[in-house]
Design a protein around this ligand. Structure first.
Ligand code: ADP
Ligand code: ZN
Length: 746
């Protein structure tokens, strides 16, 4: 018996091995095995049975060991891995390592203990003889005879005060058996979401939900590949529809993957899934998959899925690789979220991989959003995806009214720069008086809290990364968010020595201070990347907010995902512009998503909600469309622009980054390379660049970039690029990164 194995750990090639007699019944396609490679032992995945075509069979080595007696990578995952390697220009070994958690690869997760049972009780007379000859052995015999189940060996030894030799004596005679048992370490539900209590019983679906749920039932019943886009306004009850479909898939005996953008930020969604499963499908273990798990917890969750003991997993991006059996349904909540794209190798997009995995498993992929990505929307428009729509909020609640405040006028009126407009301050006051709650959102941290000289306009940049440093008021420092470089904030402008250097823009801290000034008696909490690091803190704040102990919650849009707080009647977006004025063709799409999602947090209870959006560009189309939550209008307008400029979704985009310590050398090689690609692939690929990246330097490494636009199938282009790359002589200090379908252009 001979097998082809893909080794992991930087060895991207299929190697063949003999399977020793003793391992024959454990080796299957997808099994994790140990194999000798040169003079090391590496992990690998069995990819196929059969002999190599280019190597004499007699000289093959035997494989060393089988790690788990079942396939660690199910066949659909193995096929998915191959597709990902070809699509994302990445080694198969790296993909497989991404698919198998470290805890699984190391097999460190298995916690076992030795246990003792009485296998063959001795007859009375023999026992009496033993009593005299070896009293310790007799004591062990008597003790085990009284137990109903196997006993932990170490406890037995200490309790009976006997040695391992005593046990060995009886084991040798076959009287006692030593067994190795896996011990379970955790409940599969980890405590992440337990702070939030959410009613578990299903709601009676309303008309729109019913129609959507019925359509999904039909698709599930068909048991073949399909993608459905559920486009429902915020608060229309999408989660309820997901839960319905999940229940149905489980009842039909299938497995389910539920992806959320980030588990830490969506505790409510996770809690709702778990609560519901407990109510409607008791006995179903729900594995929660996220980055805060310990190795052991992750291993146990993985094992429960791999052995079929659990059939549901909820988690972020990487949960798409969970070893779920009989996968029937994949739900991708908030499918438009850029968080689904991994920003390190392998640079895969969780949503796109979800669609592919559903295809390989003949399952249904359900993408849900109030603001679908234009990629998914275009696929629905062309008939590739089915689209279901929910246009009304639950109980016919109104979508909130959106006020757009022109900050140019506001600055004139208040005679100077201000972070809070009169309108927003008044609205917060009113909420505070009525004991209702407000949320203030600001755009991503770090963008705006830079330090600028009011005389010469100088902005402090990181000396290693050519990005603006962020001002942190608490300890009066400037910090670089890319490399962590830190310096104390200057009192005078380093360029012109004017004393007039101040921070500008509106970090969360600054907003917090402004709110404290206008609402001195209010209870205010701030949540941003700094405070989010501590997972319990985040949960605690949300729980306090729910309990009404906080009046105003301030944070970046990161925290706004999927929050559902009925008492929130005001949402303010402090600086809508920041996401608009970035050099990215998706800037409008991101801004639209931000505005609609943020607004969607208001008015979810029985009182109407109000949204105040502050901007310096009130006339911008994207502001106007989002004001009326007019997705179709926005999509039509934006897709028109994308078509005109041949941007995605009308073409694919590949980003090629070169970096190295020497800018001239880098430029030279990037240009040589671009010429080669132009010559070889020019008919199928449009090149833009090479040019310096928007961030020219990070950690003293200069960066050049090249864009490829193409209509041709990606795997073909990637194969050609890989071939050309192999034949091109690169200097050793140049590192390259290829990013297929990048989500962020700056
Ligand atoms: P979305 O995910 O579309 O923003 P949710 O699924 O969070 O909406 O639903 C919004 C709120 O309405 C939640 O509190 C949910 O429990 C409630 N809800 C959903 N469906 C129903 C229903 N059919 N009847 C009553 N309440 C519902
Ligand atoms: Zn830096």
């Amino acid at each position: 018996m001979i097998v082809g194995v893909h080794p992991l750990a930087g060895f991207d090639k299929l190697l063949h091995y003999k399977v020793p007699e003793r391992l024959r019944d454990q080796v299957e396609v997808g099994a994790l095995v140990r194999v000798p490679v040169v003079n090391r032992i590496l992990l690998g995945i069995v990819a196929e049975f059969g002999e190599p075509t280019d190597f004499p069979v007699e000289r093959l080595k035997p494989l060393t060991d089988v790690v788990y007696p079942f396939p660690a990578l199910r066949p659909d995952l193995l096929r998915l891995a191959k597709w990902m390697a070809a699509y994302y220009a990445c080694g198969l070994d790296a993909i497989i390592e991404t698919m198998l958690p470290a805890a699984v690869r190391n097999a460190a997760g298995i916690k076992q203990e030795r246990q003792l049972v009485l296998a063959q009780p001795l007859p009375e007379d023999e026992l009496a003889r033993l009593e005299k000859r070896a009293p310790a052995q007799a004591r062990l015999h008597r003790f085990l005879a009284q137990q109903f189940k196997p006993q932990k060996k170490s406890l037995v030894l200490s309790r009976l005060k006997i040695t391992a030799g005593v046990v060995a004596g009886l084991v040798k005679r076959g009287v006692v058996r030593e067994e190795l048992h896996r011990v379970e370490r955790v409940a599969y539900h980890d405590d992440w979401a337990t702070g939030e209590v959410v009613p578990a019983l299903p709601h009676l679906l309303n008309g729109e939900q019913r129609a959507a749920a019925d359509a999904l039932s039909a698709s599930l019943a068909a048991q073949k590949f399909g993608v459905t886009l559920l486009h429902g306004v915020t608060g229309s009850g999408k989660t309820e529809v997901y839960l319905h479909a999940i229940h149905e898939a489980l009842q039909a005996g299938g497995g389910v993957i539920f992806l959320v953008p980030e588990v830490a930020l969506t505790p409510q969604t996770v809690a709702r899934l778990r609560g519901r499963l407990e109510a409607i499908a008791p006995g179903h273990k729900c594995v929660v998959w996220h980055s805060h798990l310990s190795e052991g917890e992750r291993f146990d969750g993985w094992l429960a899925l791999a052995t079929g003991e659990a059939r549901v997993v909820v988690g972020a991006r990487s949960a798409i690789f969970a070893p779920v059996h009989d996968l029937r349904l994949i739900v991708v909540d908030e499918e438009h979220e850029p968080a689904y794209k991994q920003d390190e190798s392998p640079r895969y997009h969780g949503r796109d991989v979800a669609v592919m995995r559903a295809k390989l498993a003949d399952g249904l992929c359900l993408l849900g959003s109030a603001t679908p990505s234009l990629e998914s929307f275009a696929n629905a428009a062309s008939g590739k995806y089915e689209i279901l729509r929910m246009t009304k909020r639950i109980d016919d609640r109104q979508l909130p009214h959106i006020d757009v405040v022109d900050m140019r006028v506001e600055i004139m009126r208040q005679r100077g720069f201000t972070v809070l407009s009169r309108k927003l301050v008044d609205a917060m006051h009113a909420r505070f008086e009525r004991r209702e709650q407000s949320i203030l959102f600001i755009n991503r941290r770090g963008y705006s809290s830079s330090m600028q000289c009011r005389q010469c306009g100088h902005v402090e940049e990181c000396p290693h990364c050519s990005v603006t440093m962020t001002y942190h008021r608490k300890d009066e420092t400037l910090r670089c968010h890319l490399c962590g470089h830190e310096r104390s904030a200057p009192n005078r402008c380093p360029a012109c020595s004017a004393p007039d250097i101040r921070w500008k823009g509106s970090g969360t801290q600054r907003i917090e201070e402004a709110v404290m000034r206008v609402l001195p008696r209010a209870r205010i909490e701030r949540m941003d990347a700094d405070t989010m690091g501590q997972k319990n803190r985040f949960r605690q704040v949300l729980a306090e907010f729910r309990a009404g102990k906080i009046d105003v919650l301030i944070g970046t849009q990161m925290i706004g995902k999927g929050l559902d707080f009925p008492n929130v009647t005001l949402v303010g977006l402090v600086d809508a512009d920041l996401s608009m004025h970035v050099p990215d063709f998706r800037a409008n799409e991101r801004t639209f998503q931000l505005l609609v999602q943020v607004a969607g947090r208001a008015g979810r209870g029985d009182r109407a909600g109000e949204v105040v959006v502050q901007t310096f560009s009130p006339q911008a189309e994207v502001i106007q469309f989002s004001r009326h939550a007019d997705f179709d209008g926005f999509a039509e307008h934006e897709l028109g622009m994308r078509r005109a400029f041949h941007y995605p979704p009308f073409r694919h985009l590949i980003h090629h980054l070169f970096r190295g310590p020497n800018p001239e050398k880098l430029k030279f090689f990037a240009e040589q390379w671009a010429r080669l690609v132009e010559k070889e692939l020019g008919e199928r690929v449009e090149l833009r660049g090479p040019s310096p990246s928007p961030i020219e330097k990070i950690k003293d490494q200069y960066r050049y970039q090249l864009w490829y636009f193409t209509n041709a199938p990606i795997t073909g282009i990637v194969a050609d690029l890989t071939r050309l790359r192999a034949g091109f002589t690169w200097p050793e200090d140049v590192v390259q990164v290829i990013d297929v379908d990048p989500v962020s252009l700056c």
